[in-house]
Design a protein around this ligand. Sequence first.
Ligand code: NAD
Length: 500
Amino acid sequence: MTERAGSAHEWLARAAAWMPETRAFIDGGFVSFAGATRFETIAPRDGSVLALIEDGGAPAVDAAVAAARAAFDDGRWRRMPPRQRAEIMRRFADLVLEHRDELALAEPLDVGKPIAEASTTDVNETAEAIRWYADAIDKVHDEVLSSPEHALLTVTREPMGVIGAIVPWNFSIIIAAWKFAPALATGNSVVLKPSELSTLPALILARLAAEAGIPDGVFNVVPGLGDSVGSALARHPDVDKIAFTGSTATARRVVMDAAGSNMKAVSIEAGGKSPHVVFDDVEDWERLVDTIAGSIFYNAGQACTAGSRVLVHESVHERLVADLVAKAASWMPGDPLAAATQMGAIASRRQLDGMLAKLDANRSGAVVTGGRAVAPVAGGFYLEPTIIDGVDTAAPIAQEEVFGPVLTVSTFRDEGEALRLANDTVYGLAAGVWTGSLSRAHRFTRELRAGIVWANDFNALGIDRPFGGVKGTGAGRDKGVQALTQYTTTKTSWVDFRGA
Ligand code: NAD
């Protein structure tokens, strides 16, 4: 796929001719397993069956971990000169960009993401993550501690070994790259388990990694269901670390499986219920409205940092709600394959049903816009951009992650109440404060209990900035130089020269 497509019609023609790979990628090739089961991956755009994916279960995980271990032990990757490893990873990043259309097409088909977003943000950020960690390889140094004259005391960072990366579907290739890129950069082997909703892009990445020259066994992808492949990876006695992103409920099981097996290291990036705290002295009102709407309706609200709770000072509450309702109209869902679509489909029937059930069960506040399933493409799964005003902050709709285009609005009277309400959920991923007061902005960025906070902005993210949460969101950090520490362990070495 080299020629750029434009209309939904052209993309559909490409999709019809497309024969995606559906088997595990292990030790440098696509393989089938005797006794593997198959599950359907459904295109949420129109509800059709997109592909049958092979789930090789525990035997596939065993084979992938064995290949990864062999590659790690013989040092074919970790012992390669760092600059050579960096060159291969840069080639991998280039190949991601060269296969932009193929990767981009997989996203709207698999999870209903708008093609315009997939072919820019998703592809660009994936390539950027791979390149950024390639570039970091020879710029992170070990330490020499102060040593007596007769000895040398060093602290070196060493790769952990075999990394199991378990990822969700909402930014499937970006989040996968946030994990495998620093893991590969530091010399580990990787077994990537994509979400069952978004297997196809991960298998394309596997092919490109091999084409770039990543040695066999170093980068493996095992598709399958969470209860089979995911849990077999988390329980595997020869995996050194699980890097997990997904829901808090699954995260709990992964932590227990890790503890119950070989006490492997675990990093967790789980759910969020991130607030916008809006004061009455906001200077750029238009940007505030645009940013709040974008933070909850972008990717149909299926973003871990979605700004899903607005806490607004009572004096500007009415104005904000009126402006957000007007803005929501520009986020009506459309065909993910149409170039102009801003908000696409909900990733699965199950996700959509879960959102509708939460809306149905909600007894707090009033829906001021949206709230209904719609079908811009017949048979597909879509939800209108939805705003619920006057919500009691203790209500389930304001406490639980909906993971859809649903915004709750609640009011506060003073700064103390605003801070208390902002911090009052089990989650702690992201938070934003909007105010013209620099001192208040500073107080809030200090006191908000979240891994990422913004003043007068939201979702200002970049590969150089550590990403992760506190409290029920977990304790891992993707991105930034900090991610390199997530895939390495320190070794303290003392060499005494007196006997030499
Ligand atoms: P999920 O928890 O259902 O699945 C995540 C991954 O875990 C998938 O690959 C799944 O197959 C696997 N899995 C399921 N059961 C498993 C088990 N028993 N053992 C091991 N693995 C298992 O989450 P999802 O629906 O794919 O993603 C949405 C969730 O991800 C939301 O809660 C969202 O907030 C969260 N998320 C968090 C971040 C972050 O950085 N904090 C980023 C993106 C998404």
